[in-house]
Design a protein around this ligand. Sequence first.
Ligand SMILES: *[C@@H]1O[C@H](CO)[C@@H](O)[C@H](O)[C@H]1NC(C)=O
Ligand SMILES: *[C@@H]1O[C@H](CO)[C@@H](O)[C@H](O)[C@H]1NC(C)=O
Ligand SMILES: *[C@@H]1O[C@H](CO)[C@@H](O)[C@H](O)[C@H]1NC(C)=O
Ligand SMILES: *[C@@H]1O[C@H](CO)[C@@H](O)[C@H](O)[C@H]1NC(C)=O
Ligand SMILES: *[C@@H]1O[C@H](CO)[C@@H](O)[C@H](O)[C@H]1NC(C)=O
Ligand SMILES: [Cu+2]
Length: 238
Amino acid sequence: MAPLASAALLLAASAAVVNAHFTLDYPSTIGFDEDEEPTGPCGSFTPDFTKDNVTDFHVGGDNIAVNLLHTQGTWLYRATLDQTAASNNWTQLFPEVMQTGLGKFCQPAIAVPESWAGQKGVIGVVVDAPDGLLYQCAAVNFVAGAATANQSTCTNSTGVTASYVTDANLAPLAAGNDTAAAASGTSTSTATQTASTASDTSSSTANAAPGRVGGSVPLGSATAVVLAAMLGSAYMLL
Ligand SMILES: *[C@@H]1O[C@H](CO)[C@@H](O)[C@H](O)[C@H]1NC(C)=O
Ligand SMILES: *[C@@H]1O[C@H](CO)[C@@H](O)[C@H](O)[C@H]1NC(C)=O
Ligand SMILES: *[C@@H]1O[C@H](CO)[C@@H](O)[C@H](O)[C@H]1NC(C)=O
Ligand SMILES: *[C@@H]1O[C@H](CO)[C@@H](O)[C@H](O)[C@H]1NC(C)=O
Ligand SMILES: *[C@@H]1O[C@H](CO)[C@@H](O)[C@H](O)[C@H]1NC(C)=O
Ligand SMILES: [Cu+2]
């Protein structure tokens, strides 16, 4: 009975993690609904500059802080001057970066094109998580200069590491075209997305030396694959 009970506990814990996805902690999100977070480009929300919390975002470099409730995910940071975020005209702001380890992850100096200063726009954050692509957006005023201080929410959880990767699931979005991403998303099962996350792990391991951001990935690839598979099967049982 004991092994069965602990397996059930483990499964319950994994399912809880899968449900939580991620939160955008800075700049202020336009909305968070965990059930709708897989709906692009903004997790089912539409920016509304008349009522959203519009944050000043420095074009020369500012914080983007997230909290990942999966053990691994690859981030795409992007922005658009389209205040509806509907026109598929995104600009990628930073290389795709894979976070390993649960918790907070903050890029302190994400820059946007300097010419955007003085205009309003939308920051979009996408993560390729074990349960697929997840989205959050922030409504912002682009302001000149670089941030002179970090937000209190701009921290990395202990044990979180990162490496630059190329993520096949994010590629259509990185190109600014979410229509293509949606087409591949609907034809891709959860199992396939889990498998491609696992292959992200191996490709980043293969390419680790040139792109490593900080420290080494603490989990062995095999462990990460097993974890991803567990999370994937927990998700499918929900
Ligand atoms: C608006 O956003 C700022 C910056 O993220 C945050 O400090 C503040 O608490 C937010 N206000 C509301 C009402 O959400
Ligand atoms: C797309 O966004 C760029 C700014 O990045 C802007 O110059 C261009 O006019 C936009 N194109 C369309 C079709 O809205
Ligand atoms: C924000 O934090 C990063 C990482 O700790 C640090 O390198 C950077 O200097 C900080 N930025 C500011 C404006 O204090
Ligand atoms: C968080 O980790 C990333 C990747 O190692 C690093 O680039 C960033 O500066 C860190 N953020 C803070 C606030 O230290
Ligand atoms: C966006 O993707 C769709 C679906 O793959 C494709 O039909 C369309 O041509 C793409 N648009 C651009 C501008 O690349
Ligand atoms: Cu999730």
